[in-house]
Structures are given as structure tokens and as C-alpha cells.
Write a protein that binds this ligand. Structure first.
Ligand code: CMP
Length: 141
């Protein structure tokens, strides 16, 4: 089925001027960009977005990193978009990411892993609402 998922191009990838290259990877994989915004997350926003990880040992480092510079946030639409996006991103740990994936090509470390993608349709809906509370185009073509 056609789904939507939330994607974040993280501060390390924005800093290396790879926004366009990464957006092209999504389009080449058949995903459409149906909403997008650039913003510099506050600590409150980053902590709330990653609240599920707040007891994990890497949480402080993750919030420091995610607030270190601007991020590009987009909603991607396509057939099985959640899984399709996870496939083009590659594994969370770039050392385990398949060749040719975004993380293999643009990640700097497990924390600075270039992109985030929703892990399930239910979390995608919550994450899309977090960044686009005003809503997203219902129909884009
Ligand atoms: P992301 O898919 O955005 O979800 C949580 C993020 O925490 C993850 O990508 C990484 O940027 C970061 N992270 C840092 N250390 C770890 C770890 N040990 N396991 C999972 N995620 C980690």
C-alpha cells in the first residue's frame, strides 16, 4: 500500500552539503517528497522527538548531536514507504550498512549516522504530526 514516512537529514549530513544528494537517493528509490522543512532543533524538541530513547546511555550524546546544527525534515510517500526508506538508509550502525546505502555513504559514526527514518507506520504518523502539526498535502499529484 502507499504509505508515508518521516525522514530527517541529520546535522552531519547537512554540514557536508549532502541534502540534495540524499533527497535524490529517496527519489531514485521511488519515494516522493511530499513535505519538507529545515530547522535547528531545540534541546526540548530533540528530547521530545527521541523520548523513547531517554533511558538509553546514548541519549545525551544523541540530543547534543541533533541540536548541533540544522536538520532537513521531510515526509516521503510511496509503496511501503517505511520499509523502502529503511532500505535506502541502510543499517543504523554505518559499519553494518550495505554498500550504496545513504548511511554507508554519508554517516560518520553510529550517532552521526546521517539520516533518521520512522520504524513503523504507527510511529510514522506520530513523527509526521510532530514536525508538521498543520498537516501535509493529502494529494500531491
Ligand atoms: P535513529 O534512527 O535516528 O534513532 C536513534 C538514534 O540514536 C540513532 O539513529 C543513532 O543516531 C543514535 N544512536 C547512538 N548510539 C546508538 C546505539 N547504540 N543504538 C542505536 N542508536 C544509537
Amino acid at each position: 500500500a502507499v504509505e508515508r514516512t518521516l525522514s530527517i537529514i541529520k546535522p552531519n549530513a547537512v554540514a557536508k552539503n549532502a541534502v540534495g544528494a540524499i533527497l535524490a537517493r529517496f527519489e531514485e528509490a521511488g519515494l516522493r517528497i511530499v513535505a519538507a522543512r529545515m530547522l535547528h532543533l531545540t534541546r526540548e524538541q530533540a528530547s521530545a522527538f527521541y523520548a523513547v530513547h531517554q533511558e538509553r546511555p546514548f541519549f545525551g550524546e544523541l540530543v547534543d548531536f541533533m541540536t548541533s546544527g540544522p536538520v532537513m525534515v521531510q515526509v516521503l510517500e510511496g509503496e511501503n514507504a517505511v520499509a523502502a526508506n529503511r532500505e535506502v538508509m541502510g543499517a543504523t550502525d554505518p559499519a553494518k550498512a550495505a554498500p550504496g546505502t545513504i548511511r554507508a555513504d554519508f554517516a560518520d559514526s553510529l550517532t552521526e549516522n546521517a539520516v533518521h527514518g520512522s520504524d513503523a507506520p504507527e510511529t510514522a504518523a506520530v513523527e509526521i504530526g510532530f514536525f508538521f502539526p498543520e498537516g501535509v498535502c493529502e494529494r500531491t499529484r
